[in-house]
Design a protein around this ligand. Sequence first.
Ligand SMILES: *Cc1c(COP(=O)(O)O)cnc(C)c1O
Length: 487
Amino acid sequence: MSDHMSPEEFRRHGKQVVDWIADYLAGIESYPVMSQVKPGEIRSALPSGPPERGEPFEAVLSDLGRILLPGITHWQHPGFFAYFPSNASGPAVLGDLLSSGLGVQGMLWVASPACTELETVVVDWLAELLDLPEHFRTNAKGGGVIQDSASSACLVALLAALHRASDGQVTSDGIKRRYTLYVSSQTHSSLEKAARIAGLGTSGVRVVDVDPRTLAMDPGHLRTLLAQDEAAGAVPAMVCATVGTTSTTAVDPVREIGEVCRERGLWLHVDAAYAGVAAVCPEFRWLNDGVAEYADSYSTDPHKWLLTNFDCAVLWTADRAPLLGALSILPEYLRNPATSAGSVVDYRNWQVPLGRRFRALKLWSVIRWYGAEGLRAHIRKGVGLAQELASWISADPGFEVHEPHPLGLVCFRPEWPGLAAAEADAATMRLLQLLNASGSVYMTHARIAGRVVLRLAIGGAATERRHVEQAWEQIRWELAALSTTLP
Ligand SMILES: *Cc1c(COP(=O)(O)O)cnc(C)c1O
């Protein structure tokens, strides 16, 4: 065997790999959705040290099937209803493969002009598909950028917000005052992590109350907290409103929150990681309400619901200057005429790492393969199935459905007549465990007002009506079986 895989060897193995993936996807329903292995089981089946001599690639493929597959949770399985979907699709996989094949590291425009310029084109395309405001476009004051995750998007937004709130002082001298970040109890944990990384600490995160029914942020309480903190000498840096919270897809009132922010010149970030992409459909554009008028930054994840393999999160800003102010540094070894002339975009200044993958290629492949109408059809199918499921659950007196559920996620729980809250919650968790151990579905849970609910998120590319029907049947069946064992 030669040291490097020759182009001819690559061609042969590459075809094997593509066949492997096609066979895997064609037969995905034969696997248990959630991996059933014990902690350490996969690791102990693997050699503890690396081989001294190279091995044929077939050995890797063979171990993938034999050792690793049992430890894989099948996110593309039609019975995967956990967390949020993380869609893969043929065009995205192939786009990512092409990106790997080119092996480009696109830290600077000059490091591969097409890597930067295609990204500019696709983030502008996506802004148009989602009907986001004109000022988010690259030719305007703002602009979009592909990040690895919504977590990074939120961190970067916070750094830009701190830069603006401190007139650049945080960027030059570090944190010298007490800066605060406003979230709700339903905000994603990545915001608290961002606050820690940025030096605000967990105590710099102020938690705004939510409406007990809708779980949306209460703008009145936000105003109260801001007044209290300002009176105590703190400097509010950013409010994060969520469009589609992780637990229940609650939608914060961006417009009213935006009003509060505007009064104070306070940065508003809108985290629409899961739900934002639904705005490809005109009937879901209400999700964008207030974004055009008030959002300083906005992010959504094509890697969740929009058929683009992880990782692909897009962040837009209304004005890129604070972001660039916070993150631009030009060391000598990166100097080049195009950058110095200011005639190009260098996305390294829009993110935490220097290096960048050519992620635009997979998003471009996806948008071109599906077209706007294909993307709309995918979103509509997921929402339609979720609404049907919710109607079946609502019609069953043994269950309670959390309202509202406008998108692809339905949260619900069995009534458990005769059981006190704590026992009922334990029984719901037991039901979840039994369902997930069955291998045909995978669901997760959340807590609403202290009570455990089951989350069933629909939106996988392979999920059809029959899979949702089967899941609902199985839930009722497992519930009936479990109920007979209860006191
Ligand atoms: C999933 C999610 C995130 C985190 O997304 P990553 O891209 O995995 O970092 C952030 N916010 C919300 C509302 C989410 O649902």
